[in-house]
Design a protein around this ligand. Structure first.
Ligand code: ADP
Ligand code: MG
Length: 138
């Protein structure tokens, strides 16, 4: 069944001019882009988005990074979209990311790792509605 997931092309990849290449990979891998926009999150918006990580030692660094520069937010549709998008992204740490994944190719560190993807269908619904209104989804 075709489902939705939420993705971000993070500030490191936007800064490096890699967003076009990443969007091409998304399209080539059979995802249907249902929503896409360039945004610049405030610190508070980044903290709200990553609230589940509030107690982690890297929370400050992560929310500074995500609010420091623009990123591209995406609503993606595919068969089993959550898993398909995480498979294309690769492991959190680029040193552990498989050949052919976006993080292997574009990430520079475990923190600045090029892309985000929802980890469950429940969280995909929450994350899509955090960033997109109904009118912004096709
Ligand atoms: P994923 O993005 O693969 O779902 P997590 O949900 O565990 O990974 O972490 C969210 C984000 O927090 C990561 O993508 C990365 O940007 C950052 N992060 C995770 N672990 C670390 C770490 N040990 N040091 C710095 N940043 C980290
Ligand atoms: Mg995660």
């Amino acid at each position: 069944m075709s489902t939705l997931t939420f993705g971000i092309i993070k500030p490191d990849a936007v800064r490096a001019g890699k967003y076009g290449a990443i969007i091409q990979r998304i399209v080539d891998n059979g995802f249907n882009i249902r929503g896409m926009k360039l945004i610049h999150m405030s610190k508070k918006e980044a903290e709200g988005f990553y609230a589940v990580h509030a107690e982690r030692p890297f929370f400050g660094e992560l929310t500074e990074f995500m609010s420091g520069e623009p990123c591209v937010v995406l609503c993606l549709e595919k068969e089993n979209a959550v898993k398909a998008w995480r498979d294309l992204m690769g492991a959190t740490n680029p040193a552990e990311a498989a050949e052919g994944t976006l993080r292997k190719e574009f990430a520079t560190s475990i923190g600045e790792n090029a892309v985000h993807g929802s980890d469950s269908e429940e969280n995909a619904v929450i994350e899509i509605s955090y960033f997109f209104s109904k009118l912004e989804l096709v």
